[in-house]
Structure formats: C-alpha cells, structure tokens
Design a protein around this ligand. Sequence first.
Ligand SMILES: [Zn+2]
Ligand SMILES: [Zn+2]
Length: 285
Amino acid sequence: MKLENLGVRGSTAAPGAEFARYGGHTSCVAITADGADQPTLVLDAGTGLRSLTRILAGASYDGAIVLSHLHWDHVQGLPFFAAGDRDDARVDLYLPAQDGRSGRDLLAQTLSPPAFPITPEGLRGRWGFHAVEAGEHRIEGFTVRTVDIAHKGGRTYGIRVEDDHGSIAYLPDHAPAAGVSDELLELLSGVDVLLHDAQFLEGERPVAVDYGHATVQDAVSLGLRSGAGTLVLFHHSPARTDAALDEIAEWAPALGGGMRVVVAREGDTYEVATGPSPAASASSV
Ligand SMILES: [Zn+2]
Ligand SMILES: [Zn+2]
C-alpha cells in the first residue's frame, strides 16, 4: 500500500511562511491499495482532507474514513471535503463507539447548529456513519485493527492497517506515559511504519501530560519497544516552526538505532512493504 501525509499538525492548523515546508494542515493520511490509482482509505479528517479533492482530480471519493477520535483537529476537514460532498460520492465513516450513541449522533455533536451550519445529513452523496468497537474490521479490502489508547477527552483508538504485503500503525494522539497496554504492544508489534504523536519535547513534558500527548522521546521509545521499521514523528505542535522541525530531524534519528526515524511532512509518501530494510521509502511529492 501507499500512504500519503495530507496533514501532519496537531491541535489547530498552522498557516504562515514559517510552517510552509512541513505544512500546516491538521491530521489526515490517505492510503492507496496496491494496484489502485486512487486512495480508498483515509485515517482522520483534519483540514488536510481538503487536499484529497485535488488528488482525486475531478473524481468523487468512493471509500472509507476511519477516525482515531473526535477532537476538532481530526474532523474539521469533513464538511470541506468537496470530493466526498457530492451526489455521486460514497463515504463510509468509522469512529469510536461510546456512550451507547450512534455514529451519526456522535458526529452531530460537533457537526450541527449552532456549532456548524449543517448536520451530518447535509453532506451530499451516500454517507454511512458507523460507531465501531475496538477489534478487527475489514474495511475497503484492508484489515483494520483498533485498540483503546490513553489520550484525553473521549475514546481514542490506535489503528493498524494491513494488507498482504505490509502494515502501518497510526496513533496521532497518544500519551504513552499514562500507560501502554499489552493489547497496544501487540497491535504495534513489528509494524513496518508507525506514525506517532510527537507533539512535544522533553522540556515541555508537563504540558504533554496535561494534554494527553507524547514527546518525541516517548514516540521513539514506543517505536523501539514495538520493533517498528520506520517511525514517523507526527501531529506536530502548531507552534513548531519549520526551523524547529529541522532541528528535530537532525537529532531524533540517532535515537532510533536500527529503526528509521523521520519527521512527518505534508505531501510525503511512503511505499509500505515488509522486506529488506529500509522497510519503507519516503519521497516528497
Ligand atoms: Zn489531535
Ligand atoms: Zn486529540
């Protein structure tokens, strides 16, 4: 499968010249199956989702979106996803089940007046809203496994996506310092590419704990425990400038030993396959 970073920020979008190289959009990645020419699986619907309309080049979206959780920075792209908001689109949206409520009602808590002009029914095309439990799911031909992970405010999933050739894990918002379950370690075991929360630095640990996030070092430690092939530092603080991310890209790889460590950048793509190292190759597009 191929994975493309459409948004790599956390919390809120970061526009401006100081953020242009790594990109200012909030969390969203698109996955294209082997042999397919367009993405059919999207993880999270941050503002980066808008870029998928450009990638689809006039076609409507026909696929799924899996949300790690419902915080604003992971859903705000939804109503601005033009390729999904049209009569000939089909979008199956999966989100963490909670409070015994339907997927539609959980989404409507943020997507309805007075918070927003429309309700979920206002999205054109065939939309399905599915509240899913943790476990294994078959979505768009991929095996998608979800487990509960530590974050703050509502249920949050860590997500693993596999095809016959490789695996990725996606944990954009995660506080490993609050405890890592055996279930999570199993989910991450031997993953080819791990995209992980790296919003903070060690000097900012009190804020990381307060907000339920990880530091770069937390992400590296978890990647090493998991035996990940490549760790992608993801969900950057909206205050982290390009220059500050360049600095992280200088020192963080040395912490990884045999694990490749890269700083997520909007537009980067990864061909994901198990095999001789490097397990994944990145290129900027
Ligand atoms: Zn977030
Ligand atoms: Zn969050």
